[in-house]
Design a protein around this ligand. Sequence first.
Ligand code: FAD
Length: 477
Amino acid sequence: MADDRAKKLLAALRDVLSPQHLLVGDDEMAAYLVDWRGQTRGVALCVARPATANEAAAVVRACAECGTPIVPQGGNTSLCGGATPDAVRRAVVLSTARMNRIRGIDRATNAIIAEAGCTLAAVQQAALSADRLFPLGLGSEGSCQIGGAVSTNAGGTAVLRYGNVRDLVLGLEIVLPDGEVWNGLRTLRKDNTGYDLKQLFIGAEGTLGLVTAAALKLFPRPRTRAFAWIGVASAERAVGLLGFAQERFDAALTAFELLSDNQVELAVGHLPGVRYPLEARCPWHVLLELSAARQDAVPEGDLVAALAEAAEEGRTADATIAQNEAQIEGFWRIRHAVSDANLAHGMSVTLDIAVPTSEVAGFLEDADAEVARRFSGAEVLIVAHLGDGNIHYIVQYAWDRWKALPDPQTVRSEIFARINDLAMAHRGTFSAEHGIGQKLKGEMARYRSPVELRMMRAVKDALDPRGLMNPGKLLPD
Ligand SMILES: Cc1cc2nc3c(=O)[nH]c(=O)nc-3n(C[C@H](O)[C@H](O)[C@H](O)COP(=O)(O)OP(=O)(O)OC[C@H]3O[C@@H](n4cnc5c(N)ncnc54)[C@H](O)[C@@H]3O)c2cc1C
């Protein structure tokens, strides 16, 4: 960007934001210019930190007047470089962290209105203090923000029961790319008044506008929950156990996660004082949670009976049932430690694929054979939201092995191409819940049909004709 335009924009932004919320120095901007894993880096003209939707709209308007691109950023936990600016455009990074008020909770409507910068954990907490549940649960919930979760249509561990963010949003407040504010913060369950515009912004990764607040669904707070850590002999058995559990528990089945044994071992090793959860070593681990809103429901008793039946039928190899809430939290801690554990251990090439549940075992067999054939020295770790057919297929290299590879970036691209090809061949997708960002744009070009891409571009051109919102993300160049 020409220097005089940059100066003009900075002057306009100084009218909106005080100096401590308009960051221009390299050191103060550094944390905003790199992604969570340290894999994507960029540059920016400045980082703007508005505190209200009006301030955010003024920032967007000033950028629009100068033709400067904007990269919206929430908790910066994107796993596909979605919130990181690129290395050439000198965009304005718009951080929503200060827009963090809960605007209201309506218990009768079962709705909460949260500003974009509220962390997911803060929204969960606000719901609990009103005796309600906001059911979205992610490993990043302490840092990721509602605006980011909406913009990536985040999923997580309770999608099986409550759906992903798309199912949880009732309304949105959006700053459009020209700075106009659309107040769509309705909390209605039914509203058939034309196109459902909010859906366009969910999962749009900041390419169509800035989410400044969201009206979200709440649910009765579960009064009882039960949790089992179950060892199974194969992924195929785990899929069979999922069907068995769905038949027994129906809507009470809240989570059904699958981990490979080497992944459990890494996570356990990463957490001081934590032991391997089962007595016998098992190749696969299922984490099953039930919950019920009624105090007198007895999911634990039902679970004991069902597990006895499953063991008798040879569906399970070992199992342990959490005895209290602290134990349940302890088991979830192991599950949520996987990303940190993997990062500490080596280079994770993480794929976020989904296939129909019936294809899970076949996909894993094919993918493992492919990795063994082509990527010697790599280990495969599996973390799956099995209830949704969503598999984080992780090709892991210990750091010394990764650094010894002659051309690591080519290896990374090849892993993506090979494994995503297999996911598509098994009637799946190459991005189940993390989005596209910068990382998967090539896959968009490769796997999405021309007609789909044409429709997406038409939407982009209609709402952001100058391409100022998060350029270089989601859509292929
Ligand atoms: C340890 C760990 C575990 C994770 N587990 C899961 C999981 O189980 N399921 C899952 O789905 N994801 C998971 N993620 C990915 C990530 O946390 C989620 O996608 C999260 O929703 C991103 O929120 P964020 O606030 O950090 O967004 P950011 O990373 O800041 O941004 C993500 C994208 O949204 C855009 N964006 C951010 N805020 C706004 C806004 N207000 N308006 C418009 N666009 C915006 C950004 O430009 C970017 O494209 C995990 C990440 C980590 C690090």
